[in-house]
Design a protein around this ligand. Structure first.
Ligand SMILES: Nc1ncnc2c1ncn2[C@@H]1O[C@H](COP(=O)(O)OP(=O)(O)O)[C@@H](O)[C@H]1O
Ligand SMILES: [Mg+2]
Length: 250
């Protein structure tokens, strides 16, 4: 059964004039898949991700999560990572990562153990007792990922999570995400406007048209793992997607 089943979802933000963000979007996400939502800025990617997270409701259409209608935010089975990890400055890295478990009422020792385990998974072993201001941007983003993973979600929703870090760190984080995913087998929906990022990460790329966002095409990405930067087949796919984006923007 699909993890997400999105049918005919539309969304318009009120205002004058109103902004039609999504128009008749349909897609499915299967268990264990890494799906990239790729499209130009403003095409409704964040809106769609927020709808998947239950943070927003579509005007029309339906979203099923594991075959059940999605009802509001707060499903423990869904973890979300935004561009800004918003760690609490007064909490240690460990206590930030343990936050979701604390909210769930998991006892202190158990949540600290889980947080430490996930910090080590994202490469932040040894930083448990530091505070967010001690960390670089890339490390803060890793902590945000560890926080989302700590509650063992079935699916991770990520909205341009590496958008604010420098290029080389970004490349490292992308490789780490594939490694983490290999380890955890988490289903991931990853929003990006970076073609190279989508081609490197995705099992399937959902190419969205400019606003209102519609699914222009779903592109399977079968390049074998481990993936290599600058691989000719990947570059050719990138090039084809750039060409397609140009025709869309005209
Ligand atoms: N809360 C909101 N109120 C009004 N307009 C919004 C709101 N959120 C997003 N929009 C508009 O909806 C469109 C899609 O936004 P968004 O989903 O953030 O796109 P993306 O993430 O692809 O850049 C944009 O034109 C944006 O300005
Ligand atoms: Mg966005």
């Amino acid at each position: 059964m699909a993890v997400f089943d999105v049918t005919a979802v539309s969304k318009t933000y009120p205002g004058s004039p109103p902004v039609r963000a999504l128009d008749d979007v349909g897609l499915t996400v299967e268990e264990g898949e890494l799906v990239c939502l790729l499209g130009p800025s403003g095409c409704g990617k964040s809106t769609l991700l927020e709808i998947l997270a239950g943070l927003q409701e579509p005007d029309t259409g339906t979203v099923a999560f594991g075959g059940e209608p999605l009802t509001g935010p707060g499903s423990r089975r869904i973890g979300v990572v935004f561009q800004d990890p918003s760690l609490y400055p007064w909490r240690t890295v460990l206590d930030n990562v343990a936050l979701g478990l604390e909210i769930q009422g998991v006892p202190k020792e158990r949540r600290r153990a889980a947080a430490a385990e996930n910090l080590s998974l994202v490469g932040l072993e040894g930083f448990e007792r530091k505070y967010p201001h001690h960390l670089s941007g890339g490390m803060r983003q890793r902590a945000g990922i560890a926080r989302a993973l700590a509650t063992s979600p079935q699916v991770l929703l990520m909205d341009e999570p590496f958008g604010a870090v420098d290029h080389l760190t970004r490349i490292q984080l992308q490789a780490d995400l594939l490694r983490i995913r290999e380890h955890e087998r988490t289903t991931i929906v990853f929003v990006t406007h970076d073609v190279g990022e989508a081609v490197y990460l995705a099992d399937r790329i959902v190419l969205l048209s400019p606003r209102p966002g519609r699914v222009h095409r779903v592109i399977p990405n079968t390049h074998p793992h481990p993936r290599k930067r600058g691989d000719i087949a990947a570059l050719e796919q990138e090039s084809a997607i750039y060409t397609e984006l140009e025709t869309l923007e005209r």
